[in-house]
Ligand binder design. Structure first.
Ligand code: PEP
Length: 268
């Protein structure tokens, strides 16, 4: 982590939780929020039907943001089953995940589609969480950095610096998602350094403001190791975000790391 960037922790609930279940989560989670939690940008990304239910709670007043897991790039029209950035805004979303590997793999989302979604989200004033990451085959072949750099280039090339600074990048090795097998913190840290390098080439000084998250089987017993990496600014979390106690443990871990870092900064 780096004291200059606010850590971000995003819960990706995927296709889990009805509106009632989302509210039950929020009741328990919100009871744990303290002043310290404010050191972390916490985002909950439920399935679409649970968005209005969560919007109707005190979530924003408690410093937590709402996000969506997907978005279409057009603002309206004949796109059956799709949801526009403006519609997400209308139900309280400030953040949106784009290019998750499950969308790339199961729904055929190309780099071009991811780029359109990212730009549409930015146009609407939202914070896109851009997912990038290599498959196991690509890592084994020594191509992980090259693959991630190409995904970043496809999504971000040509973006003006003001917009680029609002992007969040989630490095999620595909083989680590939902498998219980996280990356080694050192490998994730090295990839985050490579991502920051590529971001500097693509976005110039705005790269210093972009948060880089790690995602892939993050859990309360491994998260602190990822946060100890200089260029990792938080996490995108699936499984461990489904239970209020484990997601809160991750928030607390990031808040503690941020407090420790602020203390170090003051001591210098
Ligand atoms: C994810 O959905 O982005 C993810 C990282 O899932 P998990 O934490 O379950 O690996």
């Amino acid at each position: 982590m780096n004291a200059a960037r606010k850590p971000l922790l995003a819960a990706n609930w995927k296709m889990n939780k009805t509106p009632e279940e989302a509210l039950a989560f929020w009741r328990e989670f919100s009871g744990r929020i303290s002043g310290e939690t404010g050191r972390v940008e916490v985002v909950i990304c439920p399935p679409y039907p649970a968005l209005p239910a969560l919007q109707g709670t005190d979530l924003r007043a408690r410093g937590v943001y709402l996000g969506a897991q997907n978005v279409h790039w057009e603002s309206r029209g004949a796109f059956t089953g799709e949801v526009s950035p403006g519609m997400l805004r209308a139900v309280g979303c400030s953040h949106v995940i784009v290019g998750h590997s499950e969308r790339r793999a199961y729904f055929g989302e190309s780099d071009e589609v991811v780029k359109r979604k990212l730009r549409a989200a930015l146009e609407e004033g939202m914070t896109p969480i851009l997912c990038v990451g290599e498959t196991l085959e690509q890592r084994t072949a020594g191509r992980a950095e090259e693959v991630v750099a190409a995904q970043l280039t496809a999504a971000l090339e040509g973006l003006d610096t003001g917009r680029a600074a609002r992007v969040v990048v989630a490095y999620e090795p595909v083989w680590a998602i939902g498998t219980g097998r996280s990356a080694a913190a050192r490998d994730a840290g090295e990839m985050a350094v490579a991502v920051r390098r590529r971001l500097r080439e693509l976005a110039g000084p705005a790269a210093e403001e972009i948060r880089i998250l790690y995602g892939g089987s993050v859990a309360p017993d491994n998260f602190a190791r990822f946060l100890a990496e200089a260029e990792v600014d938080g996490g995108l979390v699936g499984t461990a975000s489904l239970r209020p106690e484990s997601f809160f443990a991750l928030v607390a871990s990031a808040a503690n790391a941020a407090t420790a870092q602020a203390g170090e900064g003051e001591a210098q």
